[in-house]
Ligand binder design. Structure first.
Ligand code: TXA
Ligand code: MG
Length: 393
């Protein structure tokens, strides 16, 4: 079934926002900007509205949705209880790219939204348009990223239209998003803050905020374990290794202690991390290590892809953009030492690889400090855990 998808430009101003809010209040599905990526919103209390999100995206029904609020005051209506440590995190990071998984108040949101779990994921986005839209709609707004399931998340309204035109009620254009990767999803258990998905709030920021009050458990609790069952059957050793390296890197910093959750029994998990995500249509692989080794591995992969007769692209840091020869596209993501720029650019770059019909994408790893942890989590997932140099067959 196709729908006439409305497109509200920034020039439509308040009139566009009012129409989009009315569509949400009436049970529609509307895409809107947040500071991380565009979300696909619907009334979180309505089973039918939530169902339309899953249908439009082609999303597996066991993957729960994040509920977005205009401000923190709405959290009491959704959560069965909020601990002092959870309150500290909300005070420190809301509005902003932190999602808290909380015990759900029975009946507060549609069962479709929590995928039947006894918890609900909640966040207050930092984007002004998002908060005004949610306030005007007058309901909690369930919203996953506004892409077709498995595709890179949208960082511009055009990306949403490319994936979902004709399948949703409208898109509210707020320009390119700022952070470029999704929110950090955390679950607080006892004094431990488990990072279920790295994102816009870094492990270092969490550690600074909780001080002595909490222990940050980084390294993607259950991430590697759940990825072992990912749809494409790839067991991404690189993802686990990268996460371990990331937590080791932050673990050396002072402050609250850091620990890797690994496969600890009972460690909290985020269902979404098991799915193949953010993937371009071509085959992607990531080279890590010292800059010279990375350049050699990427150039060798470019040469090999050309010998196979494939269109090949490179994703690299600005400093290396002039180095590569023979690639059909070289996309510089930003300075090597500034993961913020690369995080902002990554999803658009993956979509550009598709638009250019690239069959092989050789990507340089960035350092995993700060936002680099979330950036590399997404790059390794886009690559399905494939690393360079490729093993001999
Ligand atoms: O930045 C973001 O978080 C964006 C914008 C639109 O807010 N949203 C987003 O949603 O990335 P989505 O659906 O693409 O990812 C939600 C993640 C998934 O990994 C999902 O499994 C997890 O949050 N999640 C949702 N509810 C959960 C719950 N109750 N327990 C554990 N994980 C949960
Ligand atoms: Mg998503």
């Amino acid at each position: 079934m196709t729908t006439n998808t409305k497109y509200w430009t920034p020039a439509d101003g308040d009139a566009g926002l009012t129409e989009a809010a009315a569509a949400l209040a009436a049970g529609g599905v509307v895409a809107f900007p947040t500071e991380t990526v565009y979300g696909l919103g619907a009334d979180a209390r309505s089973e039918a509205a939530a169902e339309r999100i899953f249908a439009a995206k082609g999303r597996p029904s066991d993957n729960p949705l994040i509920v977005h609020l205009a401000d923190a005051s709405g959290v009491e209506a959704l959560a069965a209880g909020v601990s002092p440590l959870e309150r500290e995190l909300m005070a420190a990071f809301w509005p902003g790219p932190l999602t808290l998984v909380l015990p759900v108040r029975p009946g507060a949101v549609a069962a479709r939204v929590t995928a039947g779990l006894d918890t609900v994921a909640v966040r207050v986005p930092a984007h002004e348009t998002a908060r005004r839209l949610i306030a005007a709609a007058g309901c909690p707004v369930a919203a996953p990223s506004a892409n077709r399931s498995g595709r890179p998340s949208p960082t511009r309204a055009q990306h949403v239209l490319d994936d979902l035109d004709g399948r949703i009620d409208g898109v509210l254009d707020g320009g390119p998003t700022g952070v470029g990767v999704e929110s950090t999803v955390v679950r607080v258990l006892g004094g431990d803050v488990h990072i279920l998905r790295p994102g816009g709030v870094t492990a270092e920021q969490l550690r600074d905020a909780v001080g002595e009050a909490g222990r940050i458990v980084a390294g993607g609790a259950g991430d590697a374990a759940l990825n072992a069952g990912s749809a494409d059957g790839v067991v991404p050793d690189a993802v686990g290794a990268a996460s371990a390296a990331g937590s080791a890197a932050v673990g050396t910093a002072a402050g609250a202690s850091l620990a890797a959750a690994g496969d600890a029994p009972g460690a909290p998990r985020s269902p979404g991390v098991k799915y193949a995500h953010y993937a371009p249509a071509g085959v992607m692989a990531v080279a890590s290590g010292a800059p010279e080794a990375v350049r050699a591995a990427v150039q060798a992969a470019v040469d090999a892809a050309r010998r196979r007769g494939e269109l090949v692209g490179v994703l690299c840091c600005d400093e290396h953009a002039g180095f590569y020869s023979g690639a059909d596209a070289v996309i510089a993501l930003g300075p090597r030492a500034a993961p913020e720029a690369a995080a902002q650019a990554l999803y658009a770059a993956l979509r550009e690889c598709d638009a250019r019909g690239l069959r092989f994408i050789a990507a340089e790893a960035f350092p995993e400090e700060g936002l680099g942890a979330a950036l590399m989590n997404r790059m390794h997932k886009a690559a399905g855990g494939r690393v360079l140099p490729e093993r001999a067959p």
